[in-house]
Write a protein that binds this ligand. Structure first.
Ligand code: NAP
Length: 318
């Protein structure tokens, strides 16, 4: 089986070597260096160029080299009607959980303030909340949300989560659906977005959401930039409703040089690094998916494309 590979990341060569080592029975060819020797039956991609997948009429599966698949449903991509598989990787979930913990600690222990004081050689102590007093609310209790909830709970935070369907998790207060959205927000001193980007969740970090949080809450977005309405965030920070934010993702990446968020001392910016995909463990998962397809079995971690194609009004809106 021939597999086309497209990856715009700097470590694309590492990925290709890992894939070839993990799945030597498949032939990997890098896009666009195709020849006509045999049809391409699978694609391993991240952010494929517009029209690429439609030029591959024999595709049987698309494997995405990350946890989020929203880019596949962007303008001009038109994923063919074949199974789409995403990464659900323990290495990545651990990376996300440690990012969320670090982001919470940054604000809880006021590290930004002390960094600024250091620059001025100022010795001034400030009080902070103890860990058990900090109520964290995680939007999305999937692979990333669950791992983050488990780590935060183990450290001693008061953790709640919100998902689409009711679920239960040891040590986590679980909320679900529109009816429980406001009660969930009302107890979230720190709101962490780990939702997939779909028509139902786009723009969910909005003024209405910020207004429903406790005064002085902190927002962490490590999901997708389009979850956040940036102007609403800046207005909520200016009004004092929010104390700060940690943002890993942006609607335009890289964040443009003249963007006001760069200069905002209340916001910590990281360049989409919360949970980078890991070539070794990711390639092993992709190899398993390709083998499942070749054997006529359903691979694990299939994407429900209806979640991404619905033009429905926001289920999650308040
Ligand atoms: N910044 C980074 O480096 C980075 C890295 C990896 C991933 N990510 C982002 O993290 C996202 C989450 O990844 P994951 O693997 O945890 O996804 P996942 O396993 O699919 O989990 C999604 C969670 O969101 C909930 N959800 C989906 N739609 C919802 C809605 N309309 N209302 C309320 N809850 C909803 C789901 O609830 P149900 O189970 O009830 O449907 C589930 O709990 C990815 O899509 C990606 O965008 C970012």
């Amino acid at each position: 089986m021939r597999v086309v590979f497209y990856c715009p990341w700097a470590n694309a060569e590492t990925w290709l070597s890992e894939l070839r080592a993990c799945a030597p029975e498949f032939t990997f060819v890098a896009w666009p260096e195709l020849d006509d020797s045999a049809p391409i039956e699978a694609a391993v991609v991240w952010r494929p160029p517009a029209g690429m997948l439609r030029q591959l009429p024999n595709l049987r599966v698309v494997c995405v080299m990350g946890a989020g698949v929203d880019y596949l449903f962007g303008p001009g991509i038109e994923p063919p009607d074949v199974p789409i598989v995403r990464l659900v990787d323990p290495v990545m979930t651990e990376r996300m959980a440690s990012y969320v913990l670090a982001a919470i600690l940054y604000h809880q222990r006021q590290l930004g303030r002390y960094r600024a004081q250091q620059a001025q050689r100022v010795w001034r102590q400030s009080m902070h909340k103890d860990t058990s007093e900090v109520r964290v609310g995680i939007m999305g209790l999937g692979a990333m949300g669950r791992a983050s909830a488990a780590l935060l709970g183990a450290v001693g935070y008061d953790v709640a989560g919100w998902s689409r369907r009711p679920t239960s998790l040891a040590g986590v207060r679980c909320y679900a659906g529109r009816d429980q959205w406001r009660p969930f927000l009302a107890r979230s001193d720190v709101l962490v977005c780990l939702l997939p980007l779909t028509p139902a969740t786009r723009g969910i970090l909005s003024r209405a959401t910020f207004d429903a949080l406790p005064e002085g809450a902190v927002v962490i977005n490590a999901a997708r930039g389009e979850h956040l309405i940036e102007a609403d965030l800046i207005a909520a920070l200016d009004a004092g409703r929010l104390a700060g934010a940690v943002l890993d993702v942006f609607s335009i990446e890289p964040l443009p040089e003249d963007h006001p968020l760069w200069r905002d001392p209340r916001v910590l910016i990281t360049p989409h690094v919360a949970s980078l995909s890991n070539p070794a463990s990711g390639a092993a998962q992709i190899a398993a998916a390709l083998r499942a397809i070749r054997a006529g079995r359903a691979p694990a971690h299939l994407v429900d494309r209806d979640d991404y194609l619905q033009a429905a009004p926001r289920e999650a809106s308040v």
